[in-house]
Design a protein around this ligand. Sequence first.
Ligand code: GLA
Length: 386
Amino acid sequence: MVDTTIVCTQFEQHYGYSPEIVVRAPGRVNLIGDHTDYNDGFVLPIAIDRTTYIAARPRDDQQVRVVAVDIDDQDAFGLDHIAYSTNHPWSNYVRGVVKEILSEQHHIGGAELLITSDVPRGAGLSSSAALEVAVGYTFVKLYNLEMAHTSLALLAQRAENTFVGVQCGVMDQLISVLGHDGHAVRIDCRDLSNYIVPLYQNTSIVVCNSNMERMLTNSAYNQRREECAEAVRRFKTWYPDIVALRDITPAMFDQHAEALPETVRARARHVVSENARVLRSTTALEQHDVMTFGALMNESHTSLRNDYEVSIPELDILVTSAQQVSGCYGARLTGAGFGGCIVSVVDTNAVESFRQSVAEAYQKATGRDTTIYICRATDGVNQVKG
Ligand code: GLA
């Protein structure tokens, strides 16, 4: 866990005086509803106790200075000319967000920033979204900007889409602002309406990292998006008014599935069924029915593996090993896939045996170590000092 006092000390050591504020923004794990957000669908993530912190102070000029203590690197740029940085790739999340704030005509000046984070990078736990949201919120607080939390999430997503060049949906940024202690958040990615649902008592959210780098994620992700767009074009011939796969019910899908090319059919089947699973799992959570919730998680993994084809053997091994542990209600890959993590809902009394069994099985089957995190659901972005 990052300690606010340490962040302040690091800031002082670097800049020679105290920060005016410290803000935090969490990473996330999605319990169910993957590859639905960019189809205007439903998701059910939690914000996790892995967090990005930024200590900051305004400047009188138009300069932004930023230090990333964890990787011992720093960068500086002027507000009048914000270009993509090839030397400091991490800084593009900062630059992109600042550029978006300016393009919305908000009045800001320069700043001194210090960033530190314990969200594992490249693990699929949304370290990028946590950074973008933290940067955005830092400027909101330093310059008293009028910006709703959901607008901040959309701004952060735009920065990633247009400046960093990753065509992500909006789930990661939204949960980083909407997270709620002890709760999952059901989000409708069409109108951004959302509500919180308390998590099960006596169960733990356990995340296992495959420690497989997510290499082709960007191109494969964009390809999936394109296949969904193609599915929408096809469905429009039967239902001209639809705008996204969200509008296709399971019955509508069944009626026309045969007429779709095989790949498009499989992709659409995943999205349509996954949306239905999010709705059913939210009800299962509300009704304290953990067995049904777990079964839906397992179904989700099968769908992501067979129909959406975003799993890899290492994730399948983790999921199968997890599902075999007594006391594990359900397990699935979480996030974009192609590496990264799986998420399981586990009886708290069984967590230790779960850890051991899964780690052993994974090591035996792949020769690799898994890193296991027990995640607590936390609040979304906020200011912790100043
Ligand atoms: C990544 C993207 C999200 C979402 C997930 C899959 O995490 O950033 O927008 O599409 O993949 O659910």
